[in-house]
Write a new protein. Sequence first.
Length: 392
Amino acid sequence: MKALEGIRILDLSRVLAGPYCTMVLGDLGAEIIKIEQPGIGDDSREYGPFIGKESAYFMSLNRGKKSITLNLKDEADRHIFMDLVKESDVVIENYRPGTMAKLGFEYEDLKKINSRIIYAAISGFGHSGPYSTRPAYDMIVQAMGGIMSITGEPGQAPVRVGSSIGDVTAGIFGAIGILSAIEARHKTGEGQKVDIAMLDCQVAILENAIARYLLSGEVPQPLGSRHPSIAPFQAFPTKDYYVIMSAGNDALWGKLCKVLGTPELIDDPKYKTNKDRNDNIVELCEIISKISVTKTTAEWMQILEEGGLPVGPINTIDRVVHDEQVNARDMIVEVEHPIAGKLKFAGNPIKLSATPGEVTKPAPILGQHTEHVLKELLGWSDEQVSEYKKTH
């Protein structure tokens, strides 16, 4: 048994934020019924890279889901959707606010059909506030949320974070919100609306940048790989690439000095405490860099590990995929797609001891499960399905 077995989610979302959210919940056992536009489907079905005509982008985010096609402007399909709402726990969408209201399917409408329904809406700016109706993309909320202003090298142009964290964090917070609403429903018997804004999520993950600004009045700036509050804690050059060296406290600083062959720096007034090291970070980094370039990354990895220090290489994606720890944790999984064949994707990072999640099924072909859902979930007869197919 999986943790979310028995939870049924109607997924009206597309592209990334919503599909990422339902992918996480699906990996944990929820039944995800992906509702797509007939003949078109999720926009991301047209995003590369492709295996034949199948989008690897789409397949990586929609594994294990069921796909049915409904046109929510068609009267017959609208009734099917309403019948599905009666039999489901959650409806999720990531349209611009107001879109579902125009269709007559906002939360206030759906809770009249099923008072226990949880309605999750993921949008750029949320369902309230002066920006609520604006369209948004990942890079827009990365920019507006401040994270681009602290990413990159000092004095250089702002840099987008390499992963679409505007979408991904909204998907993760969306999953947390849905699970919280399900838990609350155990107590109240009623559903509720979960309103997730991508911009809110970017503000929420700024870590200590907001605290630093509010306390000091100084606007945080990009620092490259350097940590803003802990020193030394960054990437240092090696003979062949870079290595992450970090001393998160004074004890580790002492160990690092001994490993670097500079024990005289341990009690040097300029570097004795974390504050001292931050105050003199430029000079300190120059000292460490002159030492770090004398050995390869692999050599430093061994030396620092043996010295009891946290250390890590900067892995390229090919190295991540083949890393023994990553694979030991089943973070690269393989599924068999009926058209694209065998595919490998990132696995489920949530490890549960009693009700573990797993990735076993591929992403669906557009409309693959329409007949199955109509017959098994709504109880349609073969004749009813046959008549439906004639008009769709």
